[in-house]
Write a protein that binds this ligand. Structure first.
Ligand code: UGA
Length: 384
């Protein structure tokens, strides 16, 4: 980081970090108290990993808040940027109280998407500020003023719920698209036309309706499970969200079924996997559907050779190679698991010549189907 490089792939982030450091606007410290001492606001942006029971493990947030208690001066906002489920603010407030911290708790969830994170920060669709202290909320609102976004000022619990409800709704939309794609497969409809026809209704909209191998990443899967757990603590049974989680797990299985239909018994066969990241433009493979598909195929006895432009994995059974053409050479089947633009640009005649088999499962509906078919390959999409 000190050299101006983020430890992960995020378009546009490195130059921003480097600029911040060279202009003296950003300095990096190894001690929380050094970073937070004398600050007019402190942002806590530490991980909130899932615990064993699906509930979020808040201990890293609590430790961070505890660690700065002695250096935060009166009324300074202690801003929780980490994703914390509804009800967490009470626990964090208890830590402030217990440590006699003078800071004021503000819940300020982030809505950025990996791969589009810089734009998400600089051009937010909205800023949510949840606090019981109007002065602390005003300091945080003033910090966001240059971004020109609508501010939703509310209480801490509502701010927490906004974050989780938003991610749940996004997951519902993706799962809805995947569900309809399954019906399109069954009845011979074209999912792209179907979802265009559905999404042109202004009450519905076109965004977040792209079928695929299921939603992944470090947020949606974890946040839905955490929302279910947080609601259950209050006796609320989230059947809809639980159904979405179950359908999403099945979605990777649907990709594998398509592979089996095209390939027969996967045992002893080789699969070229294009993409490992949970989506394009990130190196993140946390809860990646590409890996879920790879694992199932390996369990069935297949060998998987994978290529990803940014992600690296140490996954038993997955041989990682350094180009898409290398990944498809000699394989019985190709699976497109992540929607990297470079996969759409492959020369399919060259791919056909390099493969041993003849089928391509496009789990992202990324490819030009006609070009794949024209090259003499069998194309299998999701509801296409
Ligand atoms: C998600 C939310 O979109 C952000 O608003 C939120 O701030 C973030 O989680 C978070 O909680 O920190 P992200 O995890 O970066 O962002 O990923 P998304 O872009 O939401 O994609 C999630 C998954 O859904 C990916 O696997 C993606 O490929 C899949 N997806 C997305 C689809 O299959 N179809 C779509 O139409 C959209």
């Amino acid at each position: 980081m000190a050299a101006g490089r983020a430890p992960f792939h995020e378009p546009g982030l490195d130059p921003l970090v480097a600029k911040g450091i060279s202009r003296g606007l950003l300095s990096l410290h190894a001690e929380n108290v050094v970073a937070a001492g004398g600050a007019r606001a402190v942002f806590v942006a530490v991980p909130t990993p899932p615990g064993d029971d699906g509930a979020v493990d808040l201990s890293i947030v609590e430790a961070a808040v505890r660690s700065i208690a002695g250096v935060v001066t009166e009324g300074v906002p202690v801003v929780i940027k980490s994703s914390v489920p509804p009800g967490s603010s009470r626990r964090i407030a208890a830590v402030l109280e217990e440590t006699a911290s003078l800071g004021s708790l503000v819940i300020n969830p982030e809505f950025l998407q990996e791969g589009l994170a810089v734009r998400g920060v600089l051009e937010p669709a909205r800023v949510v500020i949840g606090s019981d202290d109007p002065q602390a909320a005003a300091v945080v609102a003033a910090l966001h003023e240059p971004f020109g976004a609508r501010v939703v000022s509310t209480d801490p619990a509502s701010a927490e719920l906004i974050k989780y409800a938003a991610n749940a709704y996004l997951a519902i939309r993706v799962t809805f698209a995947n569900t309809v794609a399954g019906v399109a497969d069954a009845v011979g409809a074209d999912i792209a036309d179907v979802l265009e026809g559905v999404g042109l209704d202004p009450r519905i909209g076109r965004h977040f309706l792209q079928p695929g191998p299921g939603y992944g990443g470090s947020c949606l899967p974890k946040d839905l499970t955490a929302l279910i757990a947080a609601a259950a603590e209050h006796g609320v049974d989230l059947k809809l969200i639980a159904a979405v989680v179950a359908a999403n797990v099945e979605q990777a299985g649907r990709v594998v079924s398509k592979a089996r239909q095209a390939l027969g018994d996967p045992s002893g066969k080789s699969i070229g996997l294009l993409g490992l990241a949970f989506k394009a433009n990130t190196s993140d493979t946390r809860e990646s559907p590409a890996l879920a598909v790879a694992r199932r195929l390996i369990e069935l006895g297949a060998r998987v050779r994978a290529y990803d432009p940014a992600a690296r994995v140490a996954e038993p059974g997955v041989e990682q190679v350094s180009s898409a053409m290398e990944a498809v050479t000699g394989v019985d089947l190709v699976v497109v698991a992540t929607e990297w633009a470079e996969f759409a640009d492959l020369d399919w005649e060259q791919v056909r010549d390099a493969m041993a088999g003849k089928s391509v499962v496009d789990a992202r509906n990324l490819l030009d189907k006609e070009a794949v078919v024209a090259a003499g390959l069998e194309y299998v999409g999701m509801g296409r």
